[in-house]
Design a protein around this ligand. Structure first.
Ligand code: ATP
Ligand code: MG
Length: 361
């Protein structure tokens, strides 16, 4: 059981800063997800925690202990990678048992723990097979089993579910989260899948271009993204970002929309000068579309596309020169090309600086 903290950690490969000036803390027993696009530095960050990479600058701590000079094997961490190689000549049982065998754990204890872990991962019936007799997803579960069975201080996982099929992935998300809570083991989980991060993690660290953009609870990241980029990365569909010009008193001019949109809740926004270019951020579920005029921050639009998701309807609406996406009830009735009135839930509107992407609070 241990907390992990990174203080001003930078890792360069030649000229490339894969990780740059990252400060973050993973509390004891916490599930932290590192989320970001491909090439953002997620794996490098995880390898720095594991000790497989040495920071160019900065410090890594486990609890109060500086671990920069400590070898991976002495950090008591369990790693699971996307393509985690199993020993081909060993059965699934022996692969899972391996870390215990190495430590000369008594046979009866090994037998008990391996079977427990296998049960948990739904691979009890596969224990006699060798890796080549297992599917990719089954192999991955064996690799997870091997990580779990040794009861480390910290789990480090790099996209461990990406080769598992969709329904298994959803089941395993829940299992993994439950498991982590039961074991009370600190877990750092790398993913580029925002749904995975949102559903599993206590906290999400969003990283991009090697830099930490935001670290917060999933709900805070969803409700109050610090940058327009985070807003557009999280949510399915993600937050709408409508380019606009701030006039004054909560009036926003959107290209092609007459008159300007008036947002009462923004009328007291200070420090914004007239003419400032912004993005108006609004999540699809915070937009109401109706065929009749409605009160509130309203503008007119035209139905552009309708997409049924079974439990809801995604309605694309052309508003001026922008397309915005709203999530409506599945029985929403309109045809492509119909004129509609669009109302924003004003309390859920966000503004971002169009040039820097920073949230305007
Ligand atoms: N050993 C290395 N030598 C040189 N450059 C590297 C090395 N490892 C990573 N990089 C570079 O550092 C950056 C971050 O890579 P990293 O693997 O950490 O990204 P990632 O977020 O895990 O991406 P993905 O989602 O594709 O796995 C990339 O530009 C990558 O090319
Ligand atoms: Mg990676």
């Amino acid at each position: 059981m241990v907390s992990v903290s990174l203080k001003n950690v930078t890792k360069r490969f030649g000229d490339i800063a894969a990780v740059e000036g990252v400060n973050l803390e993973v509390k004891d027993k916490e599930f932290l997800s590192i989320l970001g696009p491909s090439g953002g530095g997620k794996t490098t960050l995880l390898r720095l925690i594991a000790g497989l990479e040495v920071p160019t600058e900065g410090e890594v701590y486990f609890g109060d202990k500086l671990v920069n000079g400590i070898l991976p094997r002495d950090r008591n961490v369990s790693l699971v990678f996307q393509n985690y190689a199993l020993f081909p000549h060993l059965t699934a049982f022996d692969n899972i048992a391996f870390p215990l065998t190495v430590r000369k754990t008594p046979k009866s204890e090994i037998d008990k723990r391996v079977k427990e872990v296998a049960e948990l991962l739904g691979i009890r019936h596969l224990l006699d097979r060798k890796p080549k007799q297992l599917s990719g997803g089954e192999q991955q579960r064996v690799a997870l089993g091997r990580a779990i069975v040794r009861q480390p201080d910290v789990f480090l996982m790099d996209e461990p579910l990406s080769s598992v099929d969709a329904s298994m992935r959803i089941a395993m998300r829940t299992e993994l989260k439950k498991l982590q809570k039961n074991l009370g083991t600190t877990l750092v989980y790398v993913t580029h899948d925002q749904t995975e991060a949102m559903t599993m993690a206590d906290k999400i660290a969003v990283i991009r271009n090697g830099k930490l953009v935001q670290i917060d609870s999933p709900q805070t990241i969803y409700d109050s993204p610090r940058e327009s980029w985070v807003a557009s990365f999280i949510g399915n569909p993600p937050m709408n970002l409508i380019p606009a010009t701030w006039l004054s008193n909560g009036q926003l001019e959107v290209s092609g929309v007459r008159p300007p949109i008036t947002v009462k809740t923004l009328s007291k926004k200070e420090g914004l000068s007239a003419g400032k270019k912004v993005y108006v951020g609004i999540r699809p579920e915070d937009i109401e579309v109706s065929v009749a005029p409605a009160d509130g921050a309203v503008c007119k639009g035209e139905v552009y596309l309708l997409e049924s998701l079974g439990d809801s309807m995604i309605v694309d609406i052309k508003v001026g020169n922008s397309i915005i996406r709203a999530r409506e009830k599945v029985d929403f009735r309109a045809q492509i090309g119909d004129q509609v009135f669009v109302r924003f839930n004003e309390r859920r509107l966000a503004l971002f600086d169009l040039d820097t992407g920073a949230a305007i609070s």
